[in-house]
Design a protein around this ligand. Structure first.
Ligand SMILES: Cc1cc2nc3c(=O)[nH]c(=O)nc-3n(C[C@H](O)[C@H](O)[C@H](O)COP(=O)(O)O)c2cc1C
Length: 389
């Protein structure tokens, strides 16, 4: 869509549709496409033309898209069909996506990901065990050739393996550059590897990567440092899920942990901190009526730009921006179901419902076939309604 001048924007979304700075980039609006795993690759974790179409549909002039989580190491996959960024072929696939998104005038960062313990041996190189900070029995699922199955219980990483994983993130960052992205975001939330190191329910190491909060934050900081070494601090973002419980996560003192993590991130002038509100468990709202809390807490600590996500709609997105707890708002489920979400939010048009059945894996159905808003169709639908009595 064409962006309109802010003068024409409805005052109820004036903040959402005002420009904002993201690292070195100036965005035309603050509606961000959240990272969304959709598992549409077909072979070798290479992005497909269908993915090019899907992302291109959602790209707007002056908009910002975060890619779905993208695996940095062969042992980092827990979802069959998820894309990766550790081969040249994968880079070539992503190049088509970034070109299409750039052609629409949007920016796109690649979300770098390692699932850690959330995997199954059938997805591991040579059918090995998944890896994580500690070997703790947990009750989660992975998506395999046989559909959703219980995870294979993981083994604990050796110290040298942890160092090698930091290098995998660095290589992923290098390849992201080759693939034409505008920056990289670290997936530090939702119970995957970085989160597994952060929270003490999944990290019982006794070396320098476990125990104290300082030690548990170490892995994240080493990875951020690796990403910054490639991109510079202004083109790196970090996603955290303070008090997140998805993936059997727990921590004995989440407030202290995430406050410390946010404080450590102030060491860099990052593009942003991306915060998932704890009212959302993965992609499920825990209960109706819960208010956002995490962005408000971390706003007091983190000095840079904040993107908030988790259960926002048009009004609550504008409200949190007005309140000043965040600078941009990411939308997940609404963005996957509404290719023209930005336009719909701007003009207060009705939204398509999302179909949970087609979230993960499959083809164009429930992926690139969600309808764009059409005034003609809306008029027809209105005309077909029985007259009010
Ligand atoms: C289908 C689906 C896939 C998701 N995949 C990712 C992902 O790859 N990386 C990530 O950080 N979050 C992922 N999430 C979480 C979303 O980014 C977002 O935090 C969540 O949906 C809450 O936002 P919403 O209420 O606007 O949907 C996913 C959510 C959904 C619904």
């Amino acid at each position: 869509m064409e962006t309109q001048s802010t003068a024409t924007v409805d005052s109820s979304v004036a903040k959402l549709f005002s420009p904002v700075q993201l690292g070195p980039y100036t965005l035309g609006h603050r509606v961000v496409m959240a990272p969304l795993t959709r598992m549409r690759t077909v072979h070798n974790n290479v992005p497909t033309d269908l993915m090019v179409e899907y992302y291109s549909q959602r790209a707007t002039k002056g908009g910002y898209i975060i890619s779905e989580a993208t695996v940095v190491s062969p042992n980092g996959d827990g979802y069959l069909g998820a894309p990766a960024i550790y081969t040249d072929e994968q880079v070539e696939g992503w190049k088509k996506v970034t070109s299409a998104v750039h052609a629409k005038g949007a920016l796109m960062f690649l979300q770098l990901w390692h699932v850690g313990r959330q995997s199954h041996s059938s997805l591991q190189p040579d059918g090995g065990l998944p890896v994580g900070p500690s070997a703790i029995v947990h009750d989660d699922v992975a998506f395999t050739a046989n559909g959703w199955v219980p995870v294979t219980q993981n083994r604990a990483l050796e110290i040298e393996e942890i160092h090698a994983l930091v290098e995998d993130f660095r290589q992923g960052a290098i390849r992201a550059k080759a693939a034409g992205f505008d920056g990289v975001e670290l997936h530090g939330a939702n119970g995957y590897l970085v989160d597994q190191f952060l929270q003490d329910g999944s990290n019982q190491r006794t070396d320098e990567y476990g125990g104290s909060i300082e030690n548990r934050v170490r892995f994240m900081m080493e990875v951020v440092d690796a990403m910054v070494s490639v991109w510079g601090e202004h083109r790196v973002g970090v996603r955290l899920g303070p008090s997140g419980t998805f993936g059997s996560m727990s921590d004995s003192n989440p407030e202290a942990l995430f406050a410390y993590a946010a404080e450590q991130l102030n060491r860099y002038d990052l593009a942003y901190l991306h915060i998932i509100e704890p009212r959302i468990d993965g992609s499920i709202l825990k209960e109706e009526g819960l208010q956002p809390v995490a962005a408000a807490q971390l706003r007091k600590i983190f000095k840079g730009t904040i993107i908030v996500a988790g259960g926002f709609d048009r009004a609550s997105a504008e409200a949190i921006l007005e309140k000043g707890d965040a600078d941009l708002v990411a939308f997940g489920r609404y963005f996957l179901a509404n290719p023209d979400l930005v336009k719909r939010l701007k003009l207060d048009l009705p939204l398509n419902e999302y179909d949970r059945e087609t979230f993960y894996g499959g083809d164009a159905r429930g992926y690139s076939d969600y309808p764009f808003y059409s005034h003609e169709e809306a008029a027809e639908a209105n005309a077909a309604l029985p007259a009010a009595v």
